[in-house]
Design a protein around this ligand. Structure first.
Ligand SMILES: C[S@@+](CC[C@H](N)C(=O)[O-])C[C@H]1O[C@@H](n2cnc3c(N)ncnc32)[C@H](O)[C@@H]1O
Length: 291
């Protein structure tokens, strides 16, 4: 069991009896890196402490160090493990984030893909958080088809995330006024959402094309199938270069020939990655599988 660290030894009053010890924090950092790929810096120590404190209240365990010990020894109920991972992930997202990438998707990629009318389109939003990303993809494509009076091929958009909490909300597809105010143009709110007691509910013409499943990007991609387009934006920023490289190599293998990949516009490819060519369009950058 982890003992108290520096804070406790200089704490005769016992005020910090529940403070996370150095040993427990290091073990937690390593656990999150190994199991989820997430690198937690030392500056996040108090964030970890306060989020784990909240979870302690749901257990019979009395302090954070013992909670971490039980996590590592795999003696916690699955529900508490899930709560810990949910609490540590950063889920910031909003509608049409990095808006120019949606112009590339609809104006460059979609016309090429729809040249073959019998194709079905598969798109993966990896690290989809509360659903704004996959739903924005679907709305953008639907809008393009409506404005240009074209019929979209069969569309399958899959949102995946490590966090069960965000996926539950994504599946409900009900958002607050505030959540919609972050990036969603008013005409699209009027066209694709209906007001309900719980909030703004996305219409079935969008939700029927988007499905969600829990998935850890460190696991094998073999069950995911092949995709025309992959969005993996603002996810790999939490990972080390090696983990990034490992994930991206497998993403390239999951793209169909000539398939496209979007990272966020502030991210870049890690050194040593081959198999993608960089393209520019509509003031942004994206990547295409080289075959
Ligand atoms: C900052 S959000 C980005 C959401 C969205 N892609 C966007 O750009 O708006 C990052 C998401 O990645 C998820 N994530 C972190 N590590 C992951 C992993 N190992 N496997 C799958 N998802 C992960 C988090 O749970 C979180 O919801």
């Amino acid at each position: 069991m982890f003992k108290g660290g520096a804070l406790q030894s200089s704490n005769p009053s016992g005020l910090f009896d529940n403070a996370i010890s150095d040993q427990a924090f290091n073990a937690f950092q390593q656990y999150m890196r190994d199991k989820c790929g997430i690198a937690i810096g030392h500056s996040k120590r108090y964030m970890v402490q306060s989020r784990l404190d909240n979870i302690l209240r749901e257990t019979a365990i009395s302090n954070v160090n013992d909670l971490i010990d039980a996590l590592i020894k795999n003696t916690l109920p699955q529900k508490i493990k899930t709560r810990i991972i949910d609490a540590i992930t950063t889920n910031e997202t909003y509608w049409f984030r990095d808006g120019r990438q949606f112009d590339v998707l609809t104006k460059e990629i979609l016309p090429e893909l729809t040249k073959h009318p019998f194709n079905s389109l598969r798109i993966w939003s990896a690290g989809c958080s509360y659903g704004q990303e996959p739903y924005s993809i679907c709305i953008a494509m639907q809008e393009f088809a409506r404005l240009h009076m074209i019929k979209l091929p069969k569309l399958q958009i899959i949102g995946t995330d490590l966090s069960h909490k965000v996926l539950d909300i994504a599946r409900q597809a009900v958002y607050s006024e505030y959540a919609l105010s972050r990036g969603l143009p008013t005409p699209l709110k009027q066209r694709y959402f209906v007001s309900s007691e719980q909030g703004w509910k996305l219409k079935p013409e969008i939700t029927s094309k988007v499905s969600f499943r829990p998935f850890n990007l460190l696991n094998s991609f073999s069950m995911m199938g092949k995709f025309d387009v992959i969005f993996c934006r603002n996810v790999l920023i939490y990972f080390s270069s090696e983990v990034k490289l490992h994930i991206l190599n497998r993403m390239i293998a999951s793209l169909k020939p000539e398939g496209s990949l979007f990272l966020s516009s502030t991210e870049s490819l890690p050194p040593g990655l081959s198999g993608l060519k960089t393209l520019q369009g509509h003031g942004t950058r994206y990547y295409r599988r080289m075959d």
